[in-house]
Design a protein around this ligand. Structure first.
Ligand code: ATP
Length: 214
């Protein structure tokens, strides 16, 4: 069976250490050789990112230039229709074959709202869910039904993620970073320093592009 491979979806407006550091720790923990960053196409009826799709990708490039664990897949940005995670995973599954162990990485906040995702019940037939901790979010699911679903699929040994192509949830023991893109945008709008929150190369890009300014 091929190596476990994982995708990490997000708006990345901008990418920050709260994305990069927990995922790097997760990769070491579960033995991921590669993590593909999957920037989202935000549908027109939802609040739009401040940075354009092109700028969000440029920031990802800056962030990963010296991080060989990561690469980027822009397929969701090049589609004209809204792209649901489940659709993207179906395409990837078709490309990579039925046996490829595939992970989709999310933060704890995303796990808590997973029940609202489009066709969420199908996600585990396509991938494993690899969950990074995020400070400030509940450890328990919001309803007994969702908690039962989590308990039923939770993996307790890393090998389970390598042996099966999909179907498990891994609650990773990752370091906590109380960082959000929202806070970074706000700090930039107020002219405050963000040096501890995201890579210097991304800050340089933000400065050059004049992003997150009033
Ligand atoms: P925003 O503040 O604009 O909503 P964000 O910082 O939450 O953005 P996203 O791009 O929306 O970042 O997040 C992409 C993924 O990264 C989500 O699955 C989210 O749960 C996870 N994530 C974001 N920040 C953290 C963090 N500090 N710790 C762990 N996971 C995180």
């Amino acid at each position: 069976m091929s190596d476990l491979y994982a995708l990490f979806g997000g708006t990345f407006d901008p990418i920050h250490y709260g994305h990069l550091r927990p995922v790097t720790a997760l990769a070491q923990q579960v033995g991921l050789q590669k993590v593909t960053l999957l920037p989202n196409n935000v549908p027109p009826h939802r609040p739009q990112p401040e940075a354009s799709a092109q700028q969000r990708v440029a920031m990802l490039r800056c962030a990963i230039a010296d991080r060989p664990l990561f690469d980027i897949d822009t397929r969701e940005l090049t589609r004209t229709t809204p792209s649901w995670t489940v659709d993207t995973l179906e395409t990837l599954r078709a490309e990579r074959g039925a046996q490829q162990p595939l992970g989709f990485i999310i933060g704890q906040d995303s796990l808590l709202t997973l029940g609202k995702w489009h066709r969420w019940q199908e996600l585990l037939s396509l991938c494993h869910l690899l969950v990074c901790q995020r400070p400030g979010y509940a450890a328990q699911m919001a309803t007994p039904e969702m908690q039962q679903w989590l308990d039923a699929h939770r993996a307790h040994e890393v090998q389970q993620l390598h042996r099966a192509p999909a179907g498990h949830i891994w609650l990773a023991d990752t370091p906590l970073f109380d960082i959000s893109a929202t806070e970074i945008r706000q700090r930039r709008h107020h002219g405050q320093d963000c040096a501890d929150l995201l890579p210097a190369a991304v800050i340089d890009y933000i400065d050059r592009a004049g992003l997150y300014r009033d």
